[in-house]
Design a protein. Structure first.
Length: 592
């Protein structure tokens, strides 16, 4: 229970008005609960005729848990955290807050009319709001039905010949085996870190599936999707790049595929953010549904996807379970991998051999995955060319050279009207930060780099200065730009124009309303992208964002070199601290 907020003043919207009369006021004032948590708990208590303050506290904490990405509240973990966070002693009061006794608390919740009426669900120590409990059960049941189904039809001799044609030689043995497994099953969970060939496998798999349909005289309907618009665009681009290495006949088989967001694939509804036009009563028409970047897929969206996919359609979920999870509730990909890995008919296929980046980055990623802080530090201090570690509490002096050089290269290419050179400079180096605000935050470092650029050029930089790197922060389908797209303001005969990479188009800078400067970028925003060189600024060890998943995501954005800036203690804290999200899905899958 250390993730607290600090009220700005007495009128902070996170404080309950008239809180002195509310039994949960102390938890709200201490920053444990927000006003929204308290209001939901009070409303459910009133409607469900539950006056017990301890039960209402559990309800409020369950609402809070969802905000922090969990799908349920682990009562036992809360009790343990309370004991660990506050001074030792027998009294139930800790840190000025009166917490219930763990055993009595669970009994009170179990006996609550809210549980009896199905508003809450208590399983062991896990307390669910009804919606998330139903979604977990649905995901388990839908997956169980898919895994128990008879295998899909396929021609084994055609598959064997096609797999060796698409994935020739021993260098592709891992991808070949993964693709063959996916052809033979209705459901596949394809995992692997950056550079392990997931996209190569996907492109080859799609070619093999189209070939199988051709043998049967059928036309294969393929739906490609990702949780975000930018991830969907990257999926389509990556498949095109991977398909370029395929034989001509296979390249043609994947040439006309389109990718969309999961919301678009399922059919967004203006009247409901969590329900879609495609559902159990109106299934998706596709024969194959492939979803990339599934580590970003929350529980709710997973449930909606599974109910919309036809039972006789293949479902392929692709992602890296070690990366950051969805910003919404759930850690679905990690649950699927852990819960289904030992299943008798496990659909989990893992790619492990790294083909893209250097030995040092690969070793660093492996050490992070294993959670070995000593091994991580050993790699960081090994002197490898592709891994650099600056142990310092003064990051300015070590980050300035690369950041300033990148800004000047961008400026020079943009002033010369060199669009290709500008975009190449943009993807040569990127500074990644954990935070948006504060001394280790993106906003601060963007201002610093612009200050250095102004000092070096002796020019005043306006809002849309030539050489300004851009990050699109909202989808604009009218303009054809998506959240996460990047670009540069370039000088042209018609004046400064904002050239955006993905659509390959340019715009008047004033037309792009939702853009940020991109000298620095948050690690969360960087997920799914790749640049040649990455500098990772680790926040102080007391930062709640500093986790192993965050660190791993940051260092694996680099293709050629990663520079880590921070202290040994920050590194150790990052490696030792995992993202903790309460979920019962993996245990349900293990028992199914």
């Amino acid at each position: 229970m250390t993730e607290l907020f600090e009220p700005v003043d007495g009128q902070d919207r996170r404080l309950v008005l008239g809180g002195a009369r509310d039994p949960l006021a102390a938890f709200n004032a201490a920053g444990v609960l927000t006003s929204a948590d308290v209001h939901v708990a009070r409303t459910l208590g009133r409607l469900g005729e539950e006056p017990d303050v301890d039960v209402l506290l559990a309800v409020a904490l369950a609402v809070r848990a969802v905000r922090f990405g969990s799908v349920c509240l682990d009562l036992g973990a809360v009790a343990a955290a309370v004991e660990a966070s506050f001074a030792e002693g027998a009294a139930p009061t800790r840190g000025g807050l009166t917490w219930p006794d763990a055993g009595a608390w669970r009994q009170a919740v179990a006996a609550s009319p809210l549980v009896a009426r199905g508003v809450l669900h208590l399983e062991d120590d896990l307390l669910y709001l009804d919606r998330y409990h139903a979604q977990e059960l649905q995901v388990r049941d839908d997956l169980a039905v898919r895994l128990a189904a008879a295998p899909p039809p396929y021609d084994d001799s055609v598959l064997a010949a096609g797999a060796h044609r698409v994935f020739p030689g021993e260098g592709y043995a891992e991808q070949r085996a993964a693709a063959e497994s996916a052809v033979r099953g209705w459901t596949t969970v394809l995992t692997g870190g950056p550079g392990t060939g997931k996209t190569t496998t996907v492109a080859g798999l799609l070619a093999l599936l189209v070939e199988q349909a051709e043998v049967r005289g059928e036309r294969l309907r393929v739906g490609l999707a990702a949780p975000t618009a930018k991830a969907a665009a990257r999926l389509r681009e990556a498949i095109d790049e991977a398909a370029a290495t395929l034989p001509a006949e296979d390249r043609a088989r994947v040439a006309d595929l389109e990718a969309a967001t999961l919301h678009r694939l399922l059919g967004s509804r203006p009247d409901n953010r969590t329900r879609f036009r495609h559902h159990r009563g109106n299934r998706l028409p596709h024969d194959v549904v492939l979803v990339d970047e599934t580590s970003m897929m929350p529980l709710t969206l997973t449930a909606r996807l599974l109910e919309a996919v036809r039972p006789d359609a293949r479902l392929v979920l692709v992602g890296d379970p070690d990366q950051l999870a969805s910003v919404e509730a759930g850690v679905v990909l990690a649950d699927l991998v852990a819960g289904l890995a030992t299943h008798p008919s496990s659909p989990v296929v893992a790619l492990r051999t790294v083909h893209r980046y250097g030995e040092g980055i690969g070793a660093l990623a492996a050490a992070l995955r294993s959670g070995d802080a000593d091994a991580v530090l050993e790699v960081l201090r090994s002197g490898r060319e592709d891994v650099v570690f600056h142990e310092t509490t003064n990051p300015v002096e070590v980050l300035r050279p690369d950041c300033e050089a990148t800004a000047l290269a961008l400026r020079a290419a943009a002033e010369a009207g060199d669009v290709a050179g500008s975009l190449a400079a943009l993807d040569d180096h990127r500074l990644l930060c954990a935070h948006r605000d504060g001394p280790a935050g993106v906003r601060h470092w963007n201002r610093l780099v612009e200050q250095w650029l102004a000092e070096a050029t002796g020019e005043h930089l306006g809002r849309s200065y030539v050489g300004r790197p851009l990050l699109v922060t909202a989808n604009d389908y009218a303009l054809g730009v998506l959240n996460g797209d990047t670009g540069v303001v370039v000088r042209t005969p018609a004046g400064p124009r904002a050239h955006i990479t993905a659509p390959g188009r340019d715009y008047a800078p004033a037309r792009l309303g939702d853009v940020d400067t991109l000298h620095a970028m948050t690690i969360h925003k960087s997920q799914g992208s790749q640049v040649a060189r990455v500098s990772v600024l680790l926040p102080p060890e007391d930062s709640l964002l500093l986790t192993r998943e965050l660190f791993y995501t940051a260092v694996t954005r680099a293709r050629r070199r990663v520079t880590v800036v921070g202290t040994e203690q920050a590194v150790r804290t990052a490696v030792d601290r995992r993202v903790q999200r309460a979920s019962g899905l993996r245990e349900r899958l293990r028992r199914s």
